[in-house]
Write a protein that binds this ligand. Sequence first.
Ligand SMILES: *Cc1c(COP(=O)(O)O)cnc(C)c1O
Length: 388
Amino acid sequence: MEQSLSYIINQLGEDRELYYGAVSPPIIQSTNFCFNTVQAMRNRLKEEFCAPFYTRGYNPTVAIVRKKIAALESAEDCMLFSSGSAAIASAVIAVLKQGDHVVCVKKPYSWTNQLFQTLLKRFGVETDFIDGTDPHNFEKAIRPNTALFFLESPNSMTFELQDISAVVAIAKNHGITTMIDNSYATPLHQKPIEMGVDIVCHSATKYFSGHSDVVAGAVCGSKAFIDRLFSHELMTLGAIISPHDAWQLMKGMRTLPIRMERVNKTTAQVVKFLENHPKIQKIHYPFSEKHPQFTLAKKQMKGSGGMFSIQIKTDNYDGIERFCDNLNHFLLACSWGGFESLAFPVCAFTDTKEEYKYDIPWNLVRIYIGLEDADELITDLKQALDKV
Ligand SMILES: *Cc1c(COP(=O)(O)O)cnc(C)c1O
């Protein structure tokens, strides 16, 4: 049965009779759970992963949020982690074995990149990074030992998309598992599992939490996969979310739909202003009509949220710094998805332009639009661009 968004956010997984009718579920801040008899203990050990025994495995507060995120992603089950990176690394490790090959999109999230470039290499897993804008590049990169396609659509600096259904079709033809980082879009804007993707990962630190106060991650997939992930990678690597953080996350998620609605509306206004500004060389936003993959974005996404990037017309770091240093409302910080608007200039990676060797343009500034008033943000950007 299709569950409404409103039901999932407000009720699913909550059983108030279990906790005195409390409207807000309690934080079950307990490491362990006790039993009256040995037989009761023995019985519980048989279902350690779906009922309370020890909090590294199952915690009732965490369980509420797992149900909600799984339902949002149309997944059978969901596992929560202490960070998005822990979620991605655990899920990837769960799929792979020594000698496997991975095809990953170019320019994935930086620590996903590290995972494939460095950590997994030590264990005999090789990765090819490809331009994911053409699905054929996935097919061309397939080797006999290819076990995983890793997608990030859109990626989080320059926002290139992959045609998810087309890539899934190729993967299914070759018996390859597909995994996507869906942090940018959230299930409100993009439902990869409904497009055939096997596993969906999230940095729940971003939109799900929404208040810049929790670091958390999620993995969604089939019950069989999540069971395996649970009893192996989660229990051995142990990167669990705390009950308190899970509760904070749930609180953030209560307003996810209205925050996304607000952010979409404000961002459209800000992007429109920037698109016509003489100091802007290029804007990267999937829902901008000028984005080369706008048609694909409209096809597979319902919205594009609050994050995009701009390339500023200037010859040197000074121009970028004058723009950023003069922003009043936008904070200079990493991350995104919270209530506050942010700017992240990639020129912060090196001291000088000459040292800059990344595959992202040096004059790029990533912008995140929070919950502030659109006019206030536009006025701020305008005065800061005038200083370039
Ligand atoms: C932030 C981020 C991550 C990592 O999540 P953490 O919660 O910071 O560990 C992964 N993917 C994307 C796209 C991100 O923006």
